[in-house]
Design a protein around this ligand. Structure first.
Ligand code: NAD
Ligand code: IPM
Ligand code: MN
Length: 347
Protein backbone atom coordinates (compact mmCIF):
# COMPACT_ATOMS: atom_id res chain seq x y z
CA UNK A 1 0.00 0.00 0.00
CA UNK A 2 0.99 3.64 -0.39
CA UNK A 3 3.14 5.06 2.36
CA UNK A 4 1.41 7.31 4.88
CA UNK A 5 2.73 10.84 4.47
CA UNK A 6 3.52 12.16 7.92
CA UNK A 7 4.50 15.79 8.46
CA UNK A 8 6.60 16.08 11.61
CA UNK A 9 6.98 19.40 13.42
CA UNK A 10 9.27 18.80 16.41
CA UNK A 11 9.15 22.48 17.42
CA UNK A 12 10.93 24.03 20.37
CA UNK A 13 12.16 23.21 23.85
CA UNK A 14 11.24 19.67 24.84
CA UNK A 15 9.28 19.28 21.56
CA UNK A 16 12.16 17.66 19.63
CA UNK A 17 13.10 15.55 22.68
CA UNK A 18 9.65 13.99 23.01
CA UNK A 19 9.05 13.70 19.26
CA UNK A 20 12.25 11.65 18.90
CA UNK A 21 10.79 9.09 21.32
CA UNK A 22 7.36 9.19 19.67
CA UNK A 23 8.95 8.41 16.30
CA UNK A 24 10.97 5.57 17.86
CA UNK A 25 7.72 4.02 18.99
CA UNK A 26 5.98 4.67 15.67
CA UNK A 27 8.86 3.02 13.78
CA UNK A 28 8.93 0.05 16.12
CA UNK A 29 5.19 -0.61 16.11
CA UNK A 30 4.96 -0.43 12.32
CA UNK A 31 8.26 -2.23 11.64
CA UNK A 32 6.86 -5.59 10.56
CA UNK A 33 3.51 -4.39 9.19
CA UNK A 34 2.42 -3.46 5.66
CA UNK A 35 2.16 0.20 6.61
CA UNK A 36 5.08 2.47 5.99
CA UNK A 37 5.37 6.07 7.04
CA UNK A 38 7.11 8.60 4.84
CA UNK A 39 8.14 11.30 7.27
CA UNK A 40 9.00 14.86 6.35
CA UNK A 41 10.33 17.10 9.04
CA UNK A 42 9.52 20.80 9.15
CA UNK A 43 11.67 23.06 11.23
CA UNK A 44 9.06 25.49 12.54
CA UNK A 45 8.66 27.35 15.80
CA UNK A 46 10.51 29.93 17.86
CA UNK A 47 13.90 28.54 16.88
CA UNK A 48 13.14 28.92 13.19
CA UNK A 49 11.77 32.42 13.72
CA UNK A 50 14.96 33.48 15.48
CA UNK A 51 17.00 32.08 12.57
CA UNK A 52 15.23 33.59 9.59
CA UNK A 53 12.12 35.44 10.77
CA UNK A 54 9.75 32.83 9.27
CA UNK A 55 6.78 31.42 11.22
CA UNK A 56 4.92 29.36 8.61
CA UNK A 57 6.15 29.98 5.06
CA UNK A 58 3.47 29.43 2.41
CA UNK A 59 5.40 26.76 0.52
CA UNK A 60 5.90 24.65 3.65
CA UNK A 61 2.29 25.12 4.65
CA UNK A 62 1.14 23.88 1.22
CA UNK A 63 3.27 20.76 1.64
CA UNK A 64 1.97 20.13 5.15
CA UNK A 65 -1.61 20.42 3.86
CA UNK A 66 -0.92 17.51 1.51
CA UNK A 67 0.25 15.21 4.30
CA UNK A 68 -1.99 12.42 5.61
CA UNK A 69 -1.36 13.45 9.22
CA UNK A 70 0.82 15.74 11.30
CA UNK A 71 2.79 14.99 14.44
CA UNK A 72 3.78 18.06 16.46
CA UNK A 73 5.95 18.27 19.57
CA UNK A 74 5.45 21.73 21.02
CA UNK A 75 6.16 25.24 19.84
CA UNK A 76 6.96 28.44 21.67
CA UNK A 77 10.00 30.03 23.21
CA UNK A 78 10.83 31.31 26.62
CA UNK A 79 7.93 33.49 27.80
CA UNK A 80 9.99 36.63 28.30
CA UNK A 81 12.39 36.38 25.38
CA UNK A 82 12.32 39.96 24.01
CA UNK A 83 13.31 38.71 20.53
CA UNK A 84 9.99 36.84 20.38
CA UNK A 85 7.86 39.75 21.58
CA UNK A 86 6.24 40.23 18.16
CA UNK A 87 6.66 36.72 16.78
CA UNK A 88 3.39 35.26 18.01
CA UNK A 89 4.39 31.70 17.23
CA UNK A 90 1.27 30.32 18.92
CA UNK A 91 -1.13 32.24 16.71
CA UNK A 92 0.96 32.30 13.55
CA UNK A 93 1.81 28.61 13.60
CA UNK A 94 -0.16 26.39 15.97
CA UNK A 95 -3.52 28.15 15.76
CA UNK A 96 -3.05 28.79 12.05
CA UNK A 97 -2.68 25.05 11.52
CA UNK A 98 -5.72 24.28 13.69
CA UNK A 99 -7.89 26.93 12.01
CA UNK A 100 -6.84 26.51 8.38
CA UNK A 101 -6.89 22.72 8.58
CA UNK A 102 -10.32 22.99 10.17
CA UNK A 103 -9.43 21.00 13.28
CA UNK A 104 -12.80 21.61 14.84
CA UNK A 105 -12.46 18.71 17.25
CA UNK A 106 -9.66 18.90 19.78
CA UNK A 107 -9.86 15.48 21.36
CA UNK A 108 -8.16 15.17 24.73
CA UNK A 109 -8.63 11.88 26.58
CA UNK A 110 -7.80 11.33 30.24
CA UNK A 111 -7.34 7.97 31.91
CA UNK A 112 -6.04 7.62 35.44
CA UNK A 113 -4.15 4.34 35.27
CA UNK A 114 -4.34 2.54 38.61
CA UNK A 115 -0.56 2.09 38.70
CA UNK A 116 0.16 5.77 38.30
CA UNK A 117 0.49 8.13 41.19
CA UNK A 118 -2.23 10.75 40.89
CA UNK A 119 -2.16 13.81 43.16
CA UNK A 120 -5.70 12.74 44.10
CA UNK A 121 -5.88 10.31 46.99
CA UNK A 122 -8.75 8.22 45.64
CA UNK A 123 -9.35 9.18 42.03
CA UNK A 124 -11.56 6.17 41.31
CA UNK A 125 -11.98 4.80 37.79
CA UNK A 126 -11.27 7.86 35.72
CA UNK A 127 -11.70 7.58 31.96
CA UNK A 128 -13.11 10.60 30.18
CA UNK A 129 -12.53 12.55 27.03
CA UNK A 130 -12.74 16.27 26.58
CA UNK A 131 -14.07 17.29 23.18
CA UNK A 132 -12.75 20.80 22.97
CA UNK A 133 -13.98 23.02 20.15
CA UNK A 134 -10.92 23.91 18.09
CA UNK A 135 -11.71 26.66 15.62
CA UNK A 136 -13.84 29.25 17.38
CA UNK A 137 -14.39 30.87 20.77
CA UNK A 138 -12.09 33.52 22.18
CA UNK A 139 -9.22 32.04 20.17
CA UNK A 140 -10.15 33.50 16.80
CA UNK A 141 -8.43 36.86 17.27
CA UNK A 142 -11.62 38.85 16.94
CA UNK A 143 -10.77 41.94 18.89
CA UNK A 144 -8.56 44.93 19.09
CA UNK A 145 -7.07 47.62 21.24
CA UNK A 146 -7.44 51.36 21.22
CA UNK A 147 -5.51 54.09 22.98
CA UNK A 148 -2.75 51.57 23.56
CA UNK A 149 -0.39 52.38 26.40
CA UNK A 150 -2.61 55.09 27.84
CA UNK A 151 -4.68 54.95 31.03
CA UNK A 152 -7.71 54.89 28.71
CA UNK A 153 -6.66 51.75 26.85
CA UNK A 154 -9.48 49.38 25.90
CA UNK A 155 -8.70 45.83 24.78
CA UNK A 156 -11.50 43.67 23.40
CA UNK A 157 -11.23 39.93 22.80
CA UNK A 158 -14.54 38.69 21.43
CA UNK A 159 -15.57 35.05 21.58
CA UNK A 160 -17.01 33.82 18.30
CA UNK A 161 -19.55 30.99 18.45
CA UNK A 162 -21.42 29.99 15.31
CA UNK A 163 -24.37 27.63 15.14
CA UNK A 164 -22.50 25.73 12.42
CA UNK A 165 -19.32 25.47 14.49
CA UNK A 166 -21.03 24.52 17.74
CA UNK A 167 -23.32 21.98 16.14
CA UNK A 168 -20.60 20.02 14.39
CA UNK A 169 -18.47 19.65 17.51
CA UNK A 170 -21.47 18.85 19.70
CA UNK A 171 -22.60 16.15 17.25
CA UNK A 172 -19.10 14.64 17.32
CA UNK A 173 -19.17 14.64 21.13
CA UNK A 174 -22.55 12.89 21.23
CA UNK A 175 -21.26 10.22 18.84
CA UNK A 176 -18.27 9.70 21.15
CA UNK A 177 -20.54 9.42 24.18
CA UNK A 178 -22.81 7.00 22.35
CA UNK A 179 -19.83 4.73 21.68
CA UNK A 180 -18.60 5.04 25.28
CA UNK A 181 -20.50 5.19 28.60
CA UNK A 182 -23.31 7.30 27.15
CA UNK A 183 -22.89 10.36 29.26
CA UNK A 184 -22.22 13.84 27.96
CA UNK A 185 -21.48 16.89 30.08
CA UNK A 186 -21.69 20.31 28.53
CA UNK A 187 -19.32 22.65 30.33
CA UNK A 188 -19.84 26.37 29.85
CA UNK A 189 -20.59 29.49 31.85
CA UNK A 190 -24.17 30.10 30.78
CA UNK A 191 -24.95 32.13 33.89
CA UNK A 192 -22.62 34.89 32.72
CA UNK A 193 -21.76 34.28 29.06
CA UNK A 194 -25.43 34.24 28.18
CA UNK A 195 -25.30 34.70 24.42
CA UNK A 196 -22.84 31.94 23.66
CA UNK A 197 -24.33 29.96 26.54
CA UNK A 198 -27.80 29.96 25.02
CA UNK A 199 -26.46 28.81 21.68
CA UNK A 200 -24.47 25.93 23.21
CA UNK A 201 -27.43 24.88 25.40
CA UNK A 202 -29.93 24.94 22.55
CA UNK A 203 -27.69 22.98 20.20
CA UNK A 204 -26.92 20.37 22.85
CA UNK A 205 -30.66 19.98 23.44
CA UNK A 206 -31.36 19.70 19.72
CA UNK A 207 -28.63 17.18 18.94
CA UNK A 208 -29.56 15.26 22.06
CA UNK A 209 -32.80 14.23 20.32
CA UNK A 210 -30.71 12.24 17.83
CA UNK A 211 -28.93 10.42 20.67
CA UNK A 212 -31.69 9.49 23.14
CA UNK A 213 -29.39 6.86 24.69
CA UNK A 214 -26.95 9.56 25.85
CA UNK A 215 -27.61 11.14 29.22
CA UNK A 216 -26.93 14.88 29.19
CA UNK A 217 -25.55 16.85 32.08
CA UNK A 218 -24.48 20.48 32.40
CA UNK A 219 -21.88 22.14 34.61
CA UNK A 220 -20.64 25.68 34.85
CA UNK A 221 -16.91 25.65 34.19
CA UNK A 222 -15.97 26.77 37.70
CA UNK A 223 -17.96 23.90 39.21
CA UNK A 224 -16.45 21.53 36.64
CA UNK A 225 -13.01 22.24 38.11
CA UNK A 226 -14.34 21.19 41.53
CA UNK A 227 -15.60 17.86 40.26
CA UNK A 228 -12.48 17.20 38.18
CA UNK A 229 -10.66 17.14 41.51
CA UNK A 230 -13.27 15.68 43.87
CA UNK A 231 -15.06 13.21 41.58
CA UNK A 232 -13.42 12.90 38.15
CA UNK A 233 -14.88 9.41 37.66
CA UNK A 234 -18.28 11.01 37.05
CA UNK A 235 -17.23 12.23 33.60
CA UNK A 236 -17.47 10.35 30.32
CA UNK A 237 -17.50 12.95 27.53
CA UNK A 238 -17.11 16.64 28.24
CA UNK A 239 -17.94 19.02 25.40
CA UNK A 240 -16.84 22.60 25.78
CA UNK A 241 -15.55 25.67 24.05
CA UNK A 242 -11.99 26.35 22.99
CA UNK A 243 -10.78 28.28 26.05
CA UNK A 244 -12.58 26.28 28.75
CA UNK A 245 -11.29 23.13 27.06
CA UNK A 246 -7.73 24.43 27.14
CA UNK A 247 -7.86 25.07 30.86
CA UNK A 248 -9.74 21.91 31.83
CA UNK A 249 -7.33 19.67 29.94
CA UNK A 250 -4.23 20.93 31.75
CA UNK A 251 -6.09 20.17 34.99
CA UNK A 252 -7.10 16.77 33.60
CA UNK A 253 -3.46 16.06 32.78
CA UNK A 254 -2.40 16.98 36.28
CA UNK A 255 -4.92 14.68 37.97
CA UNK A 256 -3.96 11.79 35.66
CA UNK A 257 -0.45 11.87 37.07
CA UNK A 258 1.20 14.69 35.16
CA UNK A 259 0.94 16.85 32.09
CA UNK A 260 3.63 14.65 30.55
CA UNK A 261 0.96 11.96 30.11
CA UNK A 262 -1.71 14.00 28.32
CA UNK A 263 -2.16 13.39 24.59
CA UNK A 264 -4.35 15.15 22.06
CA UNK A 265 -5.65 15.04 18.54
CA UNK A 266 -6.64 18.10 16.54
CA UNK A 267 -9.07 16.41 14.26
CA UNK A 268 -10.74 17.29 11.00
CA UNK A 269 -13.37 14.55 11.06
CA UNK A 270 -14.39 15.25 7.47
CA UNK A 271 -10.93 14.22 6.24
CA UNK A 272 -10.64 17.32 4.07
CA UNK A 273 -7.37 18.21 5.75
CA UNK A 274 -4.76 16.28 7.70
CA UNK A 275 -5.39 15.93 11.41
CA UNK A 276 -2.63 16.87 13.84
CA UNK A 277 -1.54 14.99 16.93
CA UNK A 278 0.42 16.56 19.76
CA UNK A 279 0.93 16.41 23.50
CA UNK A 280 -1.28 18.78 25.50
CA UNK A 281 1.81 20.31 27.08
CA UNK A 282 4.02 23.03 25.70
CA UNK A 283 7.72 23.42 25.03
CA UNK A 284 8.55 23.53 28.76
CA UNK A 285 11.51 25.94 28.57
CA UNK A 286 12.14 25.29 32.28
CA UNK A 287 13.25 21.69 31.63
CA UNK A 288 14.29 21.82 27.97
CA UNK A 289 17.64 20.36 26.97
CA UNK A 290 17.93 18.20 30.07
CA UNK A 291 16.42 14.96 28.74
CA UNK A 292 14.03 14.80 31.68
CA UNK A 293 10.72 15.52 29.90
CA UNK A 294 8.22 12.69 29.93
CA UNK A 295 7.67 11.62 26.31
CA UNK A 296 4.56 9.58 27.18
CA UNK A 297 2.13 12.29 26.03
CA UNK A 298 3.82 12.43 22.64
CA UNK A 299 3.82 8.61 22.44
CA UNK A 300 0.12 8.44 23.33
CA UNK A 301 -0.45 11.09 20.67
CA UNK A 302 1.04 8.58 18.21
CA UNK A 303 -1.55 6.07 19.46
CA UNK A 304 -4.30 8.60 18.68
CA UNK A 305 -2.74 9.20 15.27
CA UNK A 306 -2.63 5.48 14.46
CA UNK A 307 -6.23 5.09 15.55
CA UNK A 308 -7.28 8.06 13.40
CA UNK A 309 -5.58 6.46 10.39
CA UNK A 310 -7.56 3.27 10.96
CA UNK A 311 -4.58 1.35 12.35
CA UNK A 312 -6.44 0.19 15.45
CA UNK A 313 -4.14 -2.75 16.24
CA UNK A 314 -0.99 -0.67 16.17
CA UNK A 315 -2.70 2.00 18.24
CA UNK A 316 -3.79 -0.52 20.89
CA UNK A 317 -0.25 -1.94 21.01
CA UNK A 318 1.19 1.49 21.77
CA UNK A 319 -1.38 2.17 24.49
CA UNK A 320 -0.79 -1.23 26.05
CA UNK A 321 2.99 -0.72 26.04
CA UNK A 322 2.54 2.66 27.71
CA UNK A 323 0.35 1.05 30.37
CA UNK A 324 2.97 -1.62 31.04
CA UNK A 325 5.64 1.05 31.31
CA UNK A 326 3.50 3.09 33.71
CA UNK A 327 2.99 -0.01 35.84
CA UNK A 328 6.72 -0.64 36.13
CA UNK A 329 7.99 2.88 36.68
CA UNK A 330 10.47 3.46 39.43
CA UNK A 331 13.13 6.08 39.90
CA UNK A 332 14.12 8.89 37.61
CA UNK A 333 14.59 8.07 33.95
CA UNK A 334 15.70 10.10 30.99
CA UNK A 335 13.35 10.97 28.15
CA UNK A 336 15.11 8.40 25.95
CA UNK A 337 14.95 5.71 28.62
CA UNK A 338 11.18 6.09 28.82
CA UNK A 339 10.93 5.83 25.02
CA UNK A 340 13.21 2.78 24.95
CA UNK A 341 11.23 1.13 27.72
CA UNK A 342 7.95 1.61 25.87
CA UNK A 343 9.49 0.25 22.66
CA UNK A 344 10.72 -2.81 24.58
CA UNK A 345 7.22 -3.40 25.96
CA UNK A 346 5.54 -3.43 22.53
CA UNK A 347 4.42 -6.85 21.36
P1 NAD B 1 4.23 23.92 29.43
O1 NAD B 1 3.21 22.86 29.22
O2 NAD B 1 5.32 23.99 28.43
O3 NAD B 1 4.88 23.73 30.87
C1 NAD B 1 4.12 23.78 32.09
C2 NAD B 1 4.85 22.96 33.18
O4 NAD B 1 4.71 21.56 32.86
C3 NAD B 1 6.34 23.25 33.23
O5 NAD B 1 6.79 23.20 34.57
C4 NAD B 1 6.95 22.08 32.45
O6 NAD B 1 8.27 21.74 32.85
C5 NAD B 1 5.98 20.95 32.77
N1 NAD B 1 5.94 19.97 31.65
C6 NAD B 1 5.40 20.18 30.44
N2 NAD B 1 5.56 19.10 29.67
C7 NAD B 1 6.22 18.18 30.41
C8 NAD B 1 6.68 16.85 30.17
N3 NAD B 1 6.50 16.24 28.97
N4 NAD B 1 7.32 16.19 31.15
C9 NAD B 1 7.50 16.78 32.34
N5 NAD B 1 7.09 18.04 32.65
C10 NAD B 1 6.46 18.73 31.68
O7 NAD B 1 3.43 25.30 29.52
P2 NAD B 1 3.96 26.82 29.58
O8 NAD B 1 5.18 26.89 30.43
O9 NAD B 1 2.79 27.60 29.90
O10 NAD B 1 4.36 27.15 28.10
C11 NAD B 1 5.69 27.10 27.57
C12 NAD B 1 5.67 27.48 26.08
O11 NAD B 1 4.98 26.44 25.35
C13 NAD B 1 4.92 28.76 25.77
O12 NAD B 1 5.59 29.39 24.72
C14 NAD B 1 3.56 28.29 25.34
O13 NAD B 1 2.89 29.20 24.50
C15 NAD B 1 3.92 27.03 24.59
N6 NAD B 1 2.85 26.03 24.49
C16 NAD B 1 2.80 25.33 23.32
C17 NAD B 1 1.90 24.31 23.20
C18 NAD B 1 1.87 23.55 21.92
O14 NAD B 1 2.77 23.65 21.11
N7 NAD B 1 0.87 22.75 21.68
C19 NAD B 1 1.06 23.97 24.25
C20 NAD B 1 1.15 24.70 25.45
C21 NAD B 1 2.07 25.73 25.56
C1 IPM C 1 -2.66 23.90 24.02
C2 IPM C 1 -1.90 25.21 24.13
C3 IPM C 1 -2.34 26.16 23.04
C4 IPM C 1 -3.82 26.44 23.27
C5 IPM C 1 -1.56 27.49 22.96
C6 IPM C 1 -0.09 27.27 22.90
C7 IPM C 1 -2.01 28.30 21.77
O1 IPM C 1 -2.04 25.74 25.40
O2 IPM C 1 -2.51 23.23 22.98
O3 IPM C 1 -3.37 23.53 24.95
O4 IPM C 1 -4.16 27.34 24.04
O5 IPM C 1 -4.63 25.76 22.65
MN1 MN D 1 -3.12 24.44 26.77
Amino acid sequence: SNPVKLAVIPGDGIGPEVVAEALKVLDAVTADSDVTFEKTEYRLGAGRFLDDGEVLPAAEFEEIKKADAILLGAVGGKPNDPRLANANIERGLLLKLRFELDHYVNLRPTVVYPTVESPLKNPGEVDFVVVREGTEGPYVGNGGSIRIGTPAEVANEVSVNTAYGVERVVRFAFAQASARRKKLTLVHKTNVLVFAGKLWRRIVDQVSAEFPEVEVDYLHVDAATIFLVTDPARFDVIVTDNLFGDILTDLAGAISGGIGLAASGNINPDGTFPSMFEPVHGSAPDIAGQQIADPTAAILSVALLLSHLGLADASAKVTAAVQRDLASRSGARSTAQVGDSIVSLLN
